[in-house]
Design a protein around this ligand. Structure first.
Ligand code: HCA
Ligand code: CU
Length: 392
């Protein structure tokens, strides 16, 4: 079976929201120094946008935005605001050049969050968009909880903000309920009716679809994807930066060559440390077990060509694989490769015997790499063909 399929995706931009959505994560409380470190690391990685919390959040938030603007980063800093003039004025005072605004459009949030109807939302969104455009800034308007909003309501509010000059519309899946096919259809719809604006997608990961949904949105013509480092955010978070990179790299390396991929690990480690959680074992690319191989059949093929069981070129990410030899699923070829790494001369019969010794012992207890290395070294000492080792 060949699944090679030409992708329609030519280009996309990343809006990293670690300093906004990420601040809503259970373990996050970024200090000014933390924010500077994260912003610089994201900039070095090459994300196009860095979303910031609202400058209205707290006195320090406002001060921090000024400090971050003064860093003069390549990435565009974009505070996340309500559709309110006081929020916009506060953001303008920090010197940012771009604004992300949102207003909840779903019936459930109209009722339980802000209590305003669609007429009010459309008027306010358009007025505030125009207000920002008149000041010469870039503006995105997003209908919060879009995937539980009525399509006609979204058509209407987006048409109004585009008419008022919006550069980009945002279609977030606020509660992470959408499926890739649904996302594809919704983005096709808006791509067709608004062909000349950029479209941003922000996807929560409540049902584990955030990466697949981001990809589906891009295939349908979305231009900007929101991510956070490690996917941190409200509840269980949003599309992770590493997950999006892994997804796109596996489709076409060229799509992510503009980013400094080797810096991904540093970023993941930095944020993991700050929020007080280890990098999850199933994290993309940077987890300590992401390229951990065990089964004999796999390691045998892998030793001939890494492409047999890996879809990434590990050098592109500066990470390494681990071939685990200390367990009962091991095969002789992996033991042979380990002996070669240790520069030990052992024949096929000796390697066969050691492999079975490992399998038998592993039935009794958890083995370590040292245990295997000792077995190999002892056998090499005994056979007398390893002059550099003292004979036992
Ligand atoms: C929020 C909700 C939000 C907004 C996303 C957006 C969401 O925390 O304010 O502005 O597009 O998930 O809908 O993060
Ligand atoms: Cu969100």
């Amino acid at each position: 079976m060949t699944t090679e399929r030409a992708t329609s995706i030519k280009e996309f931009k990343i809006v990293d929201s670690t300093l906004r959505e990420g601040e809503q994560f259970a373990g996050a409380r970024f200090t000014t120094k933390d924010k500077i470190k994260i912003a610089k690391a994201l900039d070095a990685f090459g994300v196009e946008y860095i979303e910031l919390s609202s400058p209205m959040s707290s006195p320090i938030s406002f001060q921090d935005h000024i400090i971050l603007v003064d860093l003069g980063l390549k990435a565009t800093l974009v505070p996340h605001l309500r559709c309110a003039r006081e929020d916009i004025d506060k953001a303008l005072a920090t010197g940012v050049k771009s604004i992300n605004m949102m207003f909840a459009t779903s019936p459930v949030l109209q009722q339980y969050s802000h209590g305003k109807n669609m007429d009010y939302i459309v008027r306010q969104a358009a007025d505030m968009t125009k207000y920002i455009k008149d000041k010469g800034l870039e503006v995105r308007f997003s209908g919060e909880d879009a995937f539980r909003s009525n399509l006609e309501d979204l058509d209407r509010v987006f048409a109004a903000v585009i008419e008022a000059g919006a550069d980009r519309i945002g279609i977030p899946d606020t509660v992470g309920r959408s499926t890739p096919f649904e996302v594809y259809e919704v983005f096709r719809h808006f791509r067709e009716i608004f062909p000349n604006v950029d479209i941003e997608f922000h996807c929560h990961n409540d049902t584990g679809c955030a990466v697949a949904n981001a990809w589906a949105a891009l295939e349908a013509g979305c231009t900007h994807i929101d991510v956070t480092v490690l996917g941190i955010g409200e509840r269980n978070g949003i599309t992770p930066l590493g997950g999006l990179i892994a997804r796109m790299y596996a489709i076409d390396k060229g799509l992510v060559k503009k980013y400094k991929l080797k810096k991904l690990r540093e970023l993941d480690e930095l944020v993991a440390k700050m929020v007080g959680f280890p990098i999850p074992f199933n994290n993309y690319i940077t987890s300590p077990t992401a390229f951990h191989h065990r089964a004999g059949i796999h390691t045998n093929a892998l030793l001939k060509s890494a492409s047999s069981y890996e879809i990434f070129d590990l050098d592109d990410f500066g990470v390494t694989r681990k071939i685990d030899v200390a367990h009962r699923l091991i095969g002789k070829n992996a033991i042979k490769a380990r002996a070669a790494q240790l520069k030990l001369d052992l024949d096929e019969a000796e390697l066969h015997e050691i492999t079975w010794e490992i399998k038998t012992m592993s039935d009794q207890e958890l083995l370590t790499d040292d245990y295997v290395d000792n077995l190999l070294t002892e056998a090499a000492q005994k056979n007398g063909r390893n002059p550099n080792l003292p004979v036992k």
